[in-house]
Ligand binder design. Sequence first.
Ligand code: ZN
Length: 438
Amino acid sequence: MPAQRDLLFINSSQLITCAGPARARRGKEMSDIGILKNSAVAVSNGRIAMIGAASDLRNAYTDADIIDCKGGVLTPGLVDSHTHTMFGKARFEEHEQRAAGLDYMEIAQRGGGIHASVRDFRQRSEDELYSMSVERLRELAAYGTTTVEIKSGYGLSTDEELKALAVIGRLADRHKQRIIATWLGAHEIAQEYRSDSDRREKLIDMLVHDQLPKVVQQRVARFADVFCEPGVFTVEESRRLLSAARKAGLGVKLHADELKPAGGAELAVELEATSADHLAAVSEKGIRALSKSETVATLLPGTMLFLGRSKQAPARELIDAGAAVALATDFNPGTSPTVNFPLIMTLGVSQLRMSLAEVLVACTVNGAAALGLAAEIGQVAPGFSADLALFSITDIRELPYWYGARLCVGSWKAGAPCHPYENVTKLQARFPEVVPTG
Ligand SMILES: [Zn+2]
């Protein structure tokens, strides 16, 4: 491969560095995002090499390609640490059914829910799933997301889960963003186990003794995840499965306390999980446990919004207690069909009562920590991978403010474009009061 040319990002109105320790930020640490003005960024061999005055950097990197930010705001590439991006069909009919008052069980009885995605997934080829996912990843990149965690979990049988992870592996090898694979074989109780009287025992045995060893042997996932929730997998079952995964060398994540407080957060801390995700119904005890642990609390406010639920995760309580909070889209066809990560930032401010700095850290540094990547990505600082996003705004506070708008005009992973750099000035013309300074 030819050596990558050096790059100089100049003329940003603000450079948001989020620079600091290479680990999750917790409590008050989440209030510092390191805003720099009149600063350029030099990228060499895909890494941040220098930050400083444009004139100094031009002298130091005379052969670099210049990327003119034209007065936009440059940030670390956004890190979406919880998605189900690789699925088959959309499930828009359920949206209307839910609005008409049907609950989860009634929707499932009409053929909807996760099982609908599983039936559909099993009929599709790897090629088909690959090309559908590429389109969605392009859309994620167009909103500034440069790292995407993708879970399996619509296959459920061993062969189908390995198929899912093989497609995610192909995406990781060939696609422009950074892709992290998570094995979610315990996303739901597969239909074939539902009719069996001692099904649960058999299912967990199958996951531990058949599926997990194959996932580990094929090296197709970095993390294991379980849907730990009353009616899906119990705390005891989740403990058994995730302990085995941990012993086999995988990192551990949990879907925890989404709808009812069932001890999922406490289990995540007990297992030293990298993250506990959802947490809309986390207990006081769970908040305390998370605040004293290294486990990142990953909140998914888009899901609660889309489901029309009034109760959001207690972000304020978590941060004030000293926990590390990340935000993610939970992009999936049933409960959060959005690729718009900045919209999740809006929900962070408007519904979770987080500050702008806290949502920025939650979508960069802490997202990286939720994937065990805090030493590699999430901040613009020398030595870190040059994962960057450029937005057509002049003040970072505009990013969650213009809610729903697509303001990203370029995103890069390790200095290589994920989303083509566009004409910033043209986009800024949509908002006449925003005057480019570059
Ligand atoms: Zn999920």
